[in-house]
Each structure stands twice: as C-alpha cells, then as structure tokens.
Design a protein around this ligand. Structure first.
Ligand code: GLY
Length: 328
C-alpha cells in the first residue's frame, strides 16, 4: 500500500472516531506533550511509583531495559495492586496466573504467559529473551524455567484477594472485570537519552478468568509493541479486544506512516469500537492505549473515560495525564 493510500484510509478511520466524539474530561488530550527524552510513560496510577523506580534506575546508570524491568517490578510486588503480580485477582479456580513481556531497542523480546507462583514474571520474561532461543514460554514450562533460573516459588494469593474470590463464587457470574477500580495492566514505555526505546508490561489479567486464559499482555504486537525506528505502544483493558486487532502493532505501524501517537491510538480504539459495538457485553468493554514516538512525543486514547497514565521526564515532576476517550 502506498503511503498516500494508507493515509487516506487512516483519515477515513478517524472520521468514525469523530462521529463517536472525542472527550477528555476537559483536559487537553495528550497533544501538548511535545518531544522529550529521556521520558517514561506508564498506565494507570500505579504507573507513578513504577516510573519513579525506572527513572532512578536510568539516573544511576542502568540501561533502558534495566529501567523498565525495575519499574514494573514495583506494582508486581505491591499487594494493593489487584491487577498485577502478587495480590492480583485469581482466576475462577482461585489461582493467580500472570502474563508479562518485555522488548528492547533491537526488537529483542521475551514473554511469559499463564505463569503461576512467581512474583516477578517480567524478570522471567527478560531471561526468556536473554537466555533462550525462544520468545515466549507459558504455564508449567515457564514455571520450570523460572525455578531453574533461581526464582522462588511463592503463594501469590493474598488473603484480601482470596476473600474477594470467595465472594465472587457466591454468584460465579463471569463478566470481564476491567477498569472498575481504576487500574489494570501496567504497561511502561521508555525512551532514553539516546532516543532508544524500551517497553514492558505485566498483569494478573482479567479477574475470575477461565483457568488457562491468556490475555493480550504477553503477546508481542497485541499488548505491547516497539520498533526503534518509529516508536512504541502498549495496551490496557480487555485483552481479547486488543488481541483481535493486534492493537499495539497497528499503532506503531500507523505512526510509521505519519500518524501522531494520539491519532494512532484513536484509530485502533475506533476499530475495536466498530468490531464490538453489537456485543452483549459492550457496556462493560474498556480498552486504552498509550504510545510514544521516536521523538519522545506521547499520546493515548481509550474507549471510555477513566483511563489515565503516568508521565515522567526531566522537565516535569511525575504527573498523571487523563486519556481522551471516545464514549462518554
Ligand atoms: N489487558 C489485560 C488482560 O486482558 O489480561
């Protein structure tokens, strides 16, 4: 497809979004970001502490890869964050299973899916990237690999999450539970001082999911994607909708063909909206994306209000930015 045809189609896609309307809680959508590097952006409120850890790692001479790993390890270890790592909500069987992936400026990537009993799946994902000829390990194989690498087996189900699961079992009604407590997957995108990009994401996935369910977060191209020539993108929200559209890869590709990070995020949210608007559970669908281009400009977009993300760079203290959204 020529660049002209691509842009024409992209504009046609944006028209759909314009019809849906674009709202941002009165806060300017991300355009005002301007370019800056180093810069780190991470999904949700738990992104603030994650960004702080990543920033400190960069400042103390760590690589971008070290920084994104150190950053997302913070919510992974925090039992108060109920959608990531230790303390995350379990599946229907009461088992906490984790998905994570990591990607660097050379397009190296590693991923673990349906991993249990390991507090820091992101670190296992990094070792899959660095120490195996593979990109993705899942389930028992991922656990076996983690144990071989010296990770400890731990119970990730906290008492608080166990009690919530017991309560859920009273009705056992399965609906995707996303975005109801203002947090979900932690996805982090980082551009370093040399304009190289790094990215990581990690989650315990949808609460009360079927045992064995894998979401978008460990799938390179869906929950996260990076091309060091162009930029990076990552997702939060209902993983099935993100996988169906190869959301993060599409955003990076749209940026390659000239879209801003904001426009690219909007285009993919519009696709998801068009694909799902007749679904029975449409009212509960939420997806959100963040993107960061090679100049350090960030953007975002979500289907519904409520999605925000943390931004850290040297010109501003860390701050939360509300994503613009399609539906009020
Ligand atoms: N986005 C997280 C999940 O659906 O698992």
């Amino acid at each position: 497809m020529s660049r002209r045809t691509f842009l024409k189609q992209a504009v046609a896609g944006s028209t759909g979004i314009a019809l849906l309307g674009c709202k941002s809680d009165g806060i300017s959508p991300t355009p005002a970001s301007g370019g800056a590097f180093p810069r780190i952006i991470s999904t949700w409120q738990h992104g603030l502490a994650a960004n702080d850890a990543a920033w400190k790692t960069l400042q103390s001479g760590g690589s971008g890869l070290d920084a994104v790993e150190a950053g997302v390890r913070v919510p992974e270890a925090d039992p108060e964050v109920r959608s990531v790592g230790y303390g995350g909500y379990p599946d229907r069987e009461g088992i906490v299973t984790l998905d994570a992936c990591i990607m660097d400026a050379q397009s190296r990537c590693g991923s673990v899916a349906f991993l249990r009993d390991i507090k820091h799946p992101i670190s296992v994902a990094r070792l899959v990237m660095e120490k195996t000829p593979h990109i993705m390990l899942c389930g028992d194989g991922a656990l076996e690999f983690a144990l071989e690498q010296g990770f400890e087996r731990e119970n990730l189900l906290t008492e608080a999450s166990r009690l919530d699961w017991e309560k859920w079992k009273e009705t056992s009604e399965y609906r995707p539970v996303i975005n109801i407590e203002n947090h979900d997957t932690i996805s982090m995108l980082l551009i370093d001082g040399q304009q190289n990009l790094y990215a990581a994401c990690t989650t315990s996935g949808a609460a009360w999911k079927m045992h064995g369910r894998i979401g978008d977060s460990p799938i390179i191209g869906a929950g996260l994607f990076l091309d060091n020539e162009v930029g990076a993108a990552a997702a939060t929200g209902l993983g099935e909708a993100v996988i169906r559209t190869a959301g993060s890869a599409m955003i990076v590709e749209a940026m390659r063909h000239g879209m801003s990070p904001d426009e690219a995020c909007r285009m993919v949210v519009e696709r998801i909206s068009n694909l799902h608007k007749n679904d029975p559970d449409w009212e509960n669908l939420q997806v959100g994306f963040i993107a960061l281009n090679k100049r350090g400009v960030y953007g975002s977009y979500s289907l519904r209000p409520g999605f925000d993300f943390a931004v850290t760079d040297k010109t501003t203290p860390s701050k939360m930015v509300k994503a613009p959204y399609a539906l009020g």
